[in-house]
Write a protein that binds this ligand. Structure first.
Ligand code: CTP
Length: 244
């Protein structure tokens, strides 16, 4: 017999609180592996859900004047290049239903104060994307699902050359120097070791439609379970009453 009188108010609140928590997806992988394409495809397929994308790039530290004068010696692929405290702070706010202003990063000026900042509202799904988004355990702990985009090194290098020369107007010599000095070693030392934290490894990135379909199906199932909490906020109590 189910007796609703047993349903305590604090438990109901806890269940509602649980519903409000967004579903957080982490997307990591080497530079130019196709993370953005994977995120865009997931967002597109989750059309009737509220989804926001938060890029780790937005949390690059600003460079000092001295670092700016020797920018080719700066390692943008090292975990210390990112202001993880600021990322954690933004995530904390979003998880508690507050909107946040996320800085816009300018790859040409190396500055993180491009005006206006991007206003991000709390959502049902938050996608956290970046080369080293699995590096800090506190950021990993926020994630309900972790994806690693696994693309061959030659494909990543080819894409990077095209992107950096065309979109960032860098010369090919600079791109290749940065790749051998910082990008490749950082991939081996910091990015690849985080692959073990992934729940799903996606070969070929955005070209892998089957993987994206399966991932989106899983997210929908999880969000559906969240909705059950909304419709039947006492469900957890009912279950525990049965267990007793
Ligand atoms: N980077 C740079 N100059 C800066 C800041 C970052 O060249 N001022 C480079 C870093 O060297 C790093 C890369 O930006 O390797 C990280 O961005 P990347 O992962 O390539 O960008 P996404 O578009 O998110 O990647 P993807 O192609 O996987 O979508």
């Amino acid at each position: 017999e189910l007796r609703n009188t047993q349903v305590g108010h604090p438990t109901t609140l806890a269940a509602e609180e649980m519903h409000k928590q967004p579903f957080v997806i982490g997307v990591a992988g080497g530079a130019a592996s196709g993370k953005t394409t994977v995120c865009d495809m997931i967002i597109q397929q989750l059309h009737d859900q509220r989804v926001v994308l938060v890029n780790q790039d937005s949390f690059y530290h600003d460079l000092t004047e001295e670092e700016l004068t020797r920018v080719h010696e700066y390692n943008f692929d090292h975990p210390d290049a990112f202001d993880t405290e600021q990322l954690l702070c933004a995530m904390e706010k979003l998880r508690h239903g507050q909107a946040v202003d996320i800085p816009k990063y300018d790859f040409k000026s190396y500055k993180n104060n491009v005006f206006p900042a991007r206003r991000v509202n709390p959502s049902d799904v938050i996608i956290l994307e970046g080369i080293l988004i699995f590096h800090d355990p506190r950021v990993r702990e926020l994630m309900n699902m972790k994806l690693f985009v696994d693309t061959d090194a030659d494909v990543r290098l080819a894409r990077r050359i095209r992107r950096d020369t065309v979109e960032k107007s860098r010369d090919i010599g600079t791109v290749l120097d940065q790749y051998s000095k910082f990008v490749k070693p950082a991939f081996d030392d910091f990015i690849l070791p985080t692959k073990k934290y992934a729940d799903i490894i996606i070969p070929r990135g955005g070209d892998n439609h089957v993987a994206i379909d399966l991932i989106v199906q899983h997210i929908c199932t999880k969000l559906g379970q969240h909705d059950l909490c909304k419709i039947y906020p006492n469900l957890y109590v009912i279950q525990s009453t049965f267990q007793i």
